[in-house]
Design a protein around this ligand. Structure first.
Ligand SMILES: Cc1ncc(COP(=O)(O)O)c(C=O)c1O
Length: 393
């Protein structure tokens, strides 16, 4: 183990925890030095806000919730960890997602891995995008189904695989992120939905980075592309734009009931704490109440991308959906270059994480800028200025 850690050190790939405190947009290191934080997935700036009581929606027939929420759920959802707050959040998610049913998981990772592992069974076929998040990949690995990994966003490959193999399998599942976490690009969801329909396959989409960021209703990339009704099973996290912690799956009642009976991270892990669920409920409520935050973070993303374009960096077209995604990578190639750039930005007052293998393929290390509605245009411009002065970028 020591030898392996030294190898990682030499290749600039060793990871370490750095104790930090985050206060709104500031990341404070252990020496008390503040930096503007461009590393958090808190896209709407909700995570650092104080916990208040979620409003009771009109027509809510559930009894009032204890105030303040109790600290822990005490058990798995199926034993006694599913509180009235959890039920309220499920109702709010069903409404947002316009689905028959929803179920909560202790994390987005558990939702992705647990959903795919349970639904795709022996005798089934899974087609999974090569750049899917680790949690979907692990779900595929845990499943007893046959797995094929298709080249990133390669719908021709998906179609060819289904054409040749579909008949040999009982069910076929196409599994993809909607917004890819390390590149900020969007899966070809419309084409995948059409292929799924043609070959009697089911599309499962992880909206971890789409929820509360994209779509006129704030439910994600599927909504923005007008195909919510063609993606029967969608996964989301409560931990990114919603500013809390936990995960969810939405879909037809039969699918959700099946997960409740077969999905191991849901059955054998303690339900998320009521405090966390109250925070998530506030997040879902703010999607409808504060569309301006969504618009602001999308505008910031377009502004940063325009600046990067003028520095000669490839960016999606300004009028594309992807240009509004608040994940903006700046590819630098070698892991050493990415860590050096991150350190230089740190010295200039910004925290931007360096993303290296194995999170991304070798030779594609990068800085990944994550924007938040709490950032201002001036802060984005200041970051651009600092990037322009990076010797390695
Ligand atoms: C695409 C994607 N899916 C799932 C997850 C897991 O979500 P969580 O952090 O809530 O466990 C993440 C977060 O890292 C992600 O980026």
């Amino acid at each position: 183990m020591q030898q392996r850690l030294e190898e990682l050190d030499q290749a600039a790939l060793r990871r370490r925890l750095r104790p930090a405190d985050t206060q709104s947009l500031q990341l404070i290191d252990q020496h008390g030095q503040p930096r503007i934080n461009f590393g958090s997935n808190d896209y709407l700036g909700l995570a650092s806000q104080p916990l208040t009581a979620p409003a009771r929606p009109p027509g809510d027939r559930l009894p009032p919730v204890d105030q303040p929420p109790r600290r822990g759920s005490g058990a798995s959802a199926l034993v006694c960890g599913h509180t009235l707050l959890h039920q309220r959040l499920i109702d709010a998610l069903r409404q947002l997602e316009e689905t028959e049913a929803a179920v909560l998981y202790p994390s987005g990772y558990a939702a992705c891995s647990g959903c795919v592992a349970a639904l795709a069974r022996r005798g089934d076929l899974i087609l999974s995008d090569a750049l899917n998040h680790a949690s979907l990949i692990d779900g595929c690995r845990l499943s007893k189904a046959e797995r094929f990994v298709f080249a990133h966003a390669d719908t021709e490959m998906v179609e060819a695989l289904l054409k040749h193999h579909r008949r040999s399998f009982r069910n076929a599942w196409i599994v993809t992120d909607s917004v890819f976490s390390m590149d900020g690009d969007i899966a070809p969801l419309q084409r995948l939905a059409a292929i799924a329909a043609r070959y009697d396959a089911t599309l499962i989409v992880d909206e971890a980075h789409g929820t509360a960021v994209l779509g006129s209703d704030g439910s994600g990339a599927c909504a923005a592309l007008g195909i919510k009704d063609q993606v029967p099973i969608r996964i989301g996290t409560l931990s990114k734009a919603l500013g809390a912690q936990g995960g969810f799956v939405v879909g037809p009642q039969v699918v959700i009931d099946y997960l409740l009976n077969h999905s191991r991270p849901l059955i054998y892990s303690t339900a998320a704490a009521p405090t966390t669920i109250a925070a998530a409920l506030l997040g879902v409520q703010s999607i409808a109440e504060e569309p301006k935050k969504r618009e602001h973070v999308q505008r910031l993303s377009r502004r940063l991308r325009a600046g990067l374009r003028s520095l000669g960096k490839d960016q999606p077209a300004d009028d594309s959906l992807a240009a509004g995604v608040p994940i903006v990578p700046i590819r630098l190639g070698a892991a050493e270059a990415a860590t050096a750039a991150a350190e230089q930005l740190w010295d200039r007052g910004f925290y931007v994480p360096a993303i290296r293998p194995p999170t991304v393929p070798p030779g594609t290390s990068r800085l990944r800028v994550s924007l938040s509605a709490a950032h201002s245009e001036q802060q984005v411009d200041a970051l651009l200025e600092a990037i322009a002065h990076l010797p390695v970028a």
